[in-house]
Design a protein around this ligand. Sequence first.
Ligand code: 26W
Length: 802
Amino acid sequence: MKNPISAAQMTEIITAKLSHNFGVTPQEATNEHIYLALALVVRDLVQNLRRDFEEDVRKKQGKQVYYLCMEFLMGRSLKNNIYNLGLCHVVDEALKSFEVKTETLYEMEPDAGLGNGGLGRLAACFLDALATGGYPAMGYSLRYEFGIFRQKIVDGWQTELPDNWLPGGDVWLIPRPEQTRIIKFEGQVKDWWDGSYHQVEHINYTSVEAVPYDMYVPGKDGEGVSVLRLWEARAPGLDMNLFNQGDYLRAMEQNSMAEAITKVLYPSDNHREGKSLRLRQQYFLVSASIQDIIYRHLSEYSSLHNLPEKAAIQLNDTHPALAIPELMRIMLDECGFGWDEAWDIVTKTINYTNHTVMKEALEVWPEDLFAQLLPRIHQIVQEINNREGAQMMTATGGNTQMVSDMAVISYQMVKMANLSVLGSSSVNGVSKLHSQIVKDTVFHNFYVVTPEKFKNVTNGIAHRRWLCQSNPGLTNLLTELIGDGFVKDASQLAKLKAFEKDSTVLKRLQQVKRENKERLAAYVKKQNGVILNPDSIFDVQVKRLHEYKRQHLNALHILSLYQDLKDNPNLDIQPRTFIFGAKAAPGYFLAKQIIRMICKLSEVLENDPAVRDKLRIVYLEDYRVTLAELLMPASEISEQISLAGTEASGTGNMKMMINGAVTLGTLDGANVEICDAVGEENMFLFGMRTPEVENLQRSGYNPQVYYNNNHRLRRAVDAVRQGFAGATFDEVVHALLGADQYMVMADFEDYCRAQSAIDAVYADPAKFNRMSLRNVAGAGIFSADRAIADYARDIWHVSPLK
Ligand code: 26W
């Protein structure tokens, strides 16, 4: 920072905040007061940095990056901000005079859980990297009053509780009511010719106000600060017209309809929700953000002609795809552009990232709903469909099959993915494998027509959060060994390789892991009342619960291991603690039953004194960013066991790797690149590769074959069929022996083989520690700093403002 603050000054400013905002002296202040005062002090500092940064951007007329996403899974901010401002020691010192530990205050902050999983956390990691890299950037999203639900497990069943995060979380949000935008829904479109001009008017619409709240994300040390602008839906003042007719209740109803838009985050991950409220949320985000972007641009340049040179808009999945017709609408209806010129500008400004190839996640909207809710946007989408359809006819030499596959509207459905590809200059996947699959399958026809559009940017993680802040033990060791250059340049982690044969270093690495395991064990004891054995292997699978991620494959193996142990109590295995954490979409019954199966299996093991010291399962409730920060440093085995070809990238795999865990995984998503980085010998690979999966699918997959031919598998599945701990799991059995869509049965045998390979290696600590070291050393390319540099160079064509 430009003007370093001393601890004494810090004490003074906090004291002043306490007095000014809460009217209390340091002696009277509760911890709550001190937390809020400290947060406000930090917020002010970051806000000042952003002001300076913006001034600089304006002077240099730098190109802006706008990241549109329905989700930002931010987690906590206080520690991250203090760390990035370089104020850790100052704050620790200053807080001594308030007789409170910094850590205690950190623990008071609720997670900003405005996202479901990978997509939302990636967006949050990117804001950090954008700021540190010195790129002028804004994220746009919704200010959900309730974030991702809090999960409680009752008798093995997941139950959902509302996540009321604003009390305690909203200190970070600075309201900007003067920049409120108006969003128009429903009504009709009137159009007429006025001389040679086509005039359009949207009439009888209902309007909703979008009020922005800004959250600042400072970069490490530098002057870069990102802004996350979150829109809140407000009903415009009560409709007096309705009032006069005495229709008080209707006025009130409209009011709450409007404000419902940003009430709650949709909690499904990788599964579309065909609800009109969801479509309202999407248009609300997009319309407010595009209006905002245009306003910001015009206040600088007074014309939209140079928009592509001065702004890059990234659509994070198809959820904000309506940005394309919305930008068209404003240019056509409000700025007097003709279609061709507007389309040229729009398609040069917008880019799209695909995050999943799961069919059930591809968004489509019934055209009648679409037309009713967004009549003008519907017209524009129809026009895009017609014009692009004609283009595609030419491009494909009249191949109607191909053209209809690429249509935006077909069978009265609006296809958001096709809209996104047509309206963007770049389409990227999130790992090498996934980007290839995107070209080969979902967007194959587009790829044939416009191959130059398709790119790859492998995901990355904010390593300063996931390593430096979460794992101080490892960070200190690294700093001692290779210096602190890796903090700003993660590629320097490779320097650690030089120590792979140094037995003292390997032992110290193990010692750090041990301390992190003990830290986690203390939490588990408090939370679950279970005492973990820190000498056991901590084997971790944390991510959303989904069939394709195959938590049930993991469970089936544990069950089978248990059966082996019952047969042979002297079986020589390394003690293991299997740790699970996952939320299921509330309506996804099978996923909930898988959670229950894991919890009930845990009960069985816990109630068996003969095995529980060798084999234990802990299911951690309410997996979220803050819990992940505790878990990642304690993980030794990172379970990344999705069916090859289904996980677009994964980012938890990177978080565990950088904390020294060894991946047990399929060659799926970014696991492939983890393997490139560390070598096969530093992973536990298993399972079919994508081509084998495809072959098996083509030739007719029959899970029963594996059931009949593999004794171990049959015995485990039979136990599930029988049920245990007073519960049955019919849907799980049915999924496995029915279609087994994700080929759990086919990969079971090789998974068991890989699991026992782990045992053998773990028995040789030097060997395991070396693998662990090689993983830390190879994790540099998975920093979000690298991912953002890729986007900047290959897609946005922006350079940092230095
Ligand atoms: C419309 C419902 C819906 C909601 C969320 C569909 C799809 C999503 C997301 C795109 C799902 C998601 O989070 N995908 C994950 O994105 C991560 C970041 O790129 C990847 O690492 C994960 O592999 C991918 O599953």
